[in-house]
Design a protein around this ligand. Structure first.
Ligand code: XMP
Length: 505
């Protein structure tokens, strides 16, 4: 595989993604951890970009031992400057950053740009520039800010490029990475989702032997894909447990059961815990308290279920690669509190398995589709672990849950009917505790105000309110006030994040 040493650039995950898209497995590795890698398997090393200057006091370093291994190396941006600095060349610090598109001119034939144009646009984002190359290196491309936009060693497979091939704005970026992995590292392109399934099948069978695995299925994308994968690999040695807390969207609990019990023929256990959750949530208005109660109650129910599985040895969980990278742990053997079921029992004697912990979200979606999961599950929008409880402001009653479920269902239907479901990132309704006066027929009404929330976003960290056309909003509002008993006014939230959050609680 290819190791991408993580020097901190915001594009690092993208380098890994691009290489995997080329059919070669790649992993992001902290520079300090390089020598813990399975070195005989490492066929190439990419030194990533990063925010530092090589002259910064705490600038991350390059261990020269790495160069002794004779593994092909590609330094990108900071990675190139680090190579130059470490090997005796000169990097000049520069207060001005070069940021954006610039024209690259190839000045010498080289394996990275073989067969490509002699001049094309690339994406630059750097402060310092390479002034003098280290001994043994030659320059193979220039741009208006540097004579050394690309370099290569005369006899060894060591390359450096100042621009970012992983960014789409770099015209031949993918081809350059392709040349590196295929021609220079001589790697076969055999990484794919079907190959992943094959490898996981061997791995998990070998690990589990005749043991039994359980998992908590929430109906979300990650836990659904884990369930589908383990159903495929382990058949009867696997039991997914679905705790129905009554706070899912309309028909979702039923969909989960139909998909996994009927279509996937798993031993799915559904625990109807609606009454327990309602009882615990009765009279509670504080959002953080709601979250805590739901998290704790979930753990209790799940622990009770585990007791019925005396022979279970393993617990599967849908941790993704981004969770692993973000939590900064070297191995993913800890149960994370951010998991959407609110954290699982801490002192369980079960061994954790996380079959998705090397995959990115869209790879997980691809895996789900290949395992036969329906689009409706695989492309599900994000949904908070505490479910509809945090979309009902104030205390929760079964009737308010009905209002949110019915209005949310209408919203989903109309968003889909109007072809907006792909472009809007997340959309849902929120029930306020406000009541306003209205009129219906000849009668005065006094009912709840319902909010429509719909946002566009990439990752949920920032978001803009979605610009749903007025006609669509009109149709939605009409249907909601006519079809959902208990509301007489619908408002549209036009706040972006920041300053608002996506959810209201
Ligand atoms: P906010 O409201 O913070 O939401 O802008 C960002 C994203 O996170 C989801 N969200 C949650 N997910 N448990 C979850 O699993 C929670 O308590 C929770 N609160 C918010 C939200 O739906 C959005 O996608």
């Amino acid at each position: 595989y290819i190791v991408v040493l993580d020097y901190g650039s915001q594009y690092n995950q993208l380098i890994v993604r691009r290489i995997r898209d080329l059919g070669v497995y790649a992993e992001l590795v902290h520079p300090d951890d390089f020598f813990s890698c399975d070195l005989p398997q490492v066929k190439g090393v990419i030194l990533s970009g990063g925010p530092n200057s090589v002259y910064d006091e705490n600038a991350p370093k390059l261990e020269t031992k790495l160069l002794d291994l004779k593994i092909p190396i590609l330094g990108i941006c900071y990675g190139m400057q680090l190579l130059v600095h470490t090997l005796g060349g000169v990097v000049e610090s520069n207060d001005l950053r070069e940021y954006g598109n610039t024209e690259l001119n190839i000045t010498k034939d080289n394996p990275l740009t073989k067969g490509l144009a002699f001049s094309f646009n690339v994406w630059m984002s750097h402060g310092d520039v390479v002034k003098t190359l280290p001994k043994g290196f030659i320059s193979v491309a220039s741009s208006k800010t540097t004579d050394h936009a690309m370099m290569m060693h005369e006899t060894q497979p060591i390359y450096g490029i100042q621009f970012h091939p992983e960014v789409r704005n770099t015209v031949h970026g993918i081809e350059i990475l392709d040349h590196f992995v295929k021609d220079i590292c001589k790697m076969d392109k055999n990484w794919s989702i079907p190959a992943f399934i094959e490898q996981k099948t061997l791995e998990i069978r070998e690990l589990v032997k005749d043991g039994h695995v359980i998992c908590a299925l929430s109906g979300g994308v990650d836990s659904s894909v884990v369930t589908a994968l383990l159903a495929h690999i382990l058949k009867d040695q696997f039991t997914p447990i679905f705790v129905d807390h009554g706070l899912l969207r309309k028909d979702e609990a039923l969909d989960v059961q139909n998909t996994f019990k009927r279509d996937f023929e798993t031993n799915l256990i559904t625990v109807d815990a609606k009454d327990r959750f309602f009882a615990k949530l009765k009279g509670i208005s504080d959002p953080e308290q709601k979250r805590k109660i739901i998290g704790n109650e979930f753990i209790k129910v799940f622990e009770e279920q585990i007791k019925n599985f005396k022979d279970a040895k393993y617990l599967a969980q849908g941790t993704l690669y981004t969770d692993v990278i973000e939590s900064g742990t070297k191995t993913a053997q800890t149960i994370k509190s951010h998991h959407n079921v609110g954290g699982l029992p801490k002192n369980m004697k079960l061994i954790l398995i996380e079959p998705l912990n090397t995959l990115f979200k869209d790879e997980v979606r691809d895996l789900g589709i290949r395992l036969g999961l329906p689009e409706s599950i695989v492309n599900r929008q994000p949904f908070p672990g505490p479910g509809l409880a945090i979309r009902i402001l104030g205390d929760i009653t079964p009737d308010k849950i009905r209002i949110v479920q019915e209005s949310d269902f209408i919203l989903r239907e109309e968003i889909k009917n109007h072809g907006l479901d792909k472009s809007i990132w997340q959309y849902f309704t929120v029930l306020t505790p406000l009541k306003t006066v209205g009129v219906m027929g000849d009668n005065r009404t006094y009912d709840y105000v319902l909010v429509i929330r719909a946002v566009t976003s990439i990752d949920g960290m920032t978001a803009d309110f979605a610009q749903i056309p007025y006609e669509t909003l009109q149709k939605i509002s009409n249907r909601m006030t006519n079809e959902v008993k208990g509301i007489n006014r619908v408002v549209y939230d036009i706040t972006s994040k920041p300053p608002g959050t996506i959810e209201w609680e």
